[in-house]
Design a protein around this ligand. Structure first.
Ligand code: URP
Ligand code: ZN
Ligand code: ZN
Ligand code: ZN
Length: 461
């Protein structure tokens, strides 16, 4: 039986209007007034915004990192994402040098198969470039529908690739119609600064930030953008945190180079002072790049508002405070990098962005959903409310006030970095391909109903 959603206010990246939605076979079958309600389940969306489901373009689930494995796997992570209004994630598939890419992709399928409550796809890490990797890429695109490749410019001796690898990945992406993503920090200089700090006996969490200054993010961002221009390729800079990086992206864009930028909720609402918390609490706020001084928040909001940054990823990479963040109690460089953000990404952008007047309502939808669908080859199946699109929908109460907390969140982790943050608005019900996953704030979905999404090639944003 199909569903008719009535009385809601539909909001897309382009429009806000009142209409009913007919949902059949998991898709939006019709949009209009006075649709025939017989033989359909009526869903009353009175008082709610009806948004396309959030698309989180940046997650790390079930990922080995920093001597441990993330606290959330595909089951717990996608369930928490659903509670938060996200219906699609794109997770990062790690690769190992010297191993076929297909082995790594198989590993990521094994982690996620039968686990996810929402739809999901993979980006692929490129750690080296050689004849074998080049030969495999067309198949990765054709068979797996993976059309985005991630290069790390930091994490020396772990994930870091050199500039030659980045440049060749950009060339390959141009030829094959893929989008290159970068973690832009100067890993070599950071490695030196970390060793220098530890030698001086500076082991507390704040030194994580002090050894990764904004200039090293700006430098790497500018370098990646210049290489993109030279390769006539396309680049997506993940987790932009600072004015220096925004400036490099804006300059590249102004000179006609196709560079896109993502920021994350933590950089919009938290600042560096969190790293100075007592009793090692600062470890909860260790991300790379690090939290910045508060004035950078305004630069990020301005960049979102004027389109110099286009998306919001959670960079969800959760580790428990007890037993995982602890690994770096006596050495900040051993604190696993990352935090739990998959659930609150959508609501923080609405509350801090729309409710506080920093961005518009349609712009919110673009940033939280539509633009990622376009950049990563999921549009128009995902990222909008249109006839023929998947019925991935969020019924959102825009006026309720609540407080974010580990006591009420659904992520599998013992703290919430946004603890105590008051937000306006809440996802009440969430549908994935026409089926409720969250209904009146209760999980009614199933692990395993989430489908793996093959994506089409890059065609701009
Ligand atoms: O600290 C972070 N961001 N952890 C996740 C891995 C990455 O660099 O995105
Ligand atoms: Zn019908
Ligand atoms: Zn990163
Ligand atoms: Zn990440």
């Amino acid at each position: 039986m199909g569903k008719i959603m009535i009385n809601g206010t539909i909001v897309t990246a382009a429009d806000t209007y009142q209409a009913d939605l007919l949902i059949e076979d998991g898709k939006i079958a019709s949009i209009g007034k006075g649709l025939n309600r017989e033989t359909h389940e009526i869903v009353d969306a009175s008082g709610y915004y009806v948004f396309p489901g959030g698309i989180d373009p940046h997650t790390h689930l079930d990922m080995p990192f920093g001597g441990t494995v993330t606290a959330d796997n595909f089951e717990t992570g996608t369930r928490a994402a659903a509670f938060g209004g996200t219906t699609t994630i794109i997770d990062f598939c790690l690769t190992d040098k010297g191993k076929p890419l297909s082995d790594s992709i198989r590993t990521w399928h094994d982690k996620s198969r039968g686990q996810a409550a929402i739809d999901y796809s993979f980006h692929l890490m490129i750690g080296e470039m050689n004849a074998e990797v080049l030969a495999e890429l067309p198949e990765v695109i054709r068979e797996e529908g993976i059309t985005s490749f991630k290069v790390f410019m930091a994490y020396k001796n772990v994930f870091q690739a050199d500039d030659g690898t980045l440049f060749q990945t950009l060339l390959a992406a141009r030829k094959l119609g893929a989008l290159v993503m970068v973690h832009a920090e100067n890993g070599d200089v950071i490695d030196y600064l970390i060793r220098e700090a530890l030698q001086a006996g500076n082991t507390e969490p704040i030194y994580h930030a002090l050894t990764r200054p904004p200039v090293l993010e700006g430098e790497a961002t500018g370098r990646a953008a210049k290489l993109t221009g030279l390769a006539q390729s396309q680049l997506y800079v993940v987790h932009v945190t600072c004015a220096e990086a925004v400036k490099q992206i804006a300059e590249a864009r102004a000179s006609g180079v196709e560079v896109w930028g993502e920021t994350c909720p933590q950089y919009l609402v938290l600042d560096r002072s969190a790293l100075e918390g007592p009793d090692f609490e600062g470890a909860k706020y260790v991300w790379s790049p690090p939290l910045r001084e508060a004035e950078h928040q305004e630069a990020l909001w301005n960049a979102l508002r004027c389109g110099e940054l286009q998306t919001l990823g959670s960079d969800h990479c959760s580790f428990n405070f007890k037993g995982q963040k602890d690994l770096g109690r006596h050495n900040f460089s051993l604190i696993p990098n990352g935090g739990p953000t998959i659930e609150d990404r959508f609501s923080i952008l609405y509350s801090e962005g729309v409710a506080k007047g920093r961005i518009g309502l349609n712009q919110f939808v673009d940033i939280v959903s539509t633009r990622s669908a376009k950049l990563f080859g999921l549009f128009p199946r995902k990222g909008t409310i249109a006839v023929g699109s998947d019925a991935d929908l969020v019924l959102f109460d825009p006026v309720v006030e609540r407080t974010l907390s580990a006591e009420t969140h659904h992520m599998n982790v013992d703290y919430n970095p946004f603890e105590g943050l008051k937000v306006t608005g809440e996802p009440v019900s969430v549908l994935v391909r026409g089926e409720f996953v969250i209904r009146d704030k209760v999980f009614v979905g199933n692990s395993g109903t989430g489908q793996y999404l093959r994506r089409v090639g890059y065609s701009g944003g």
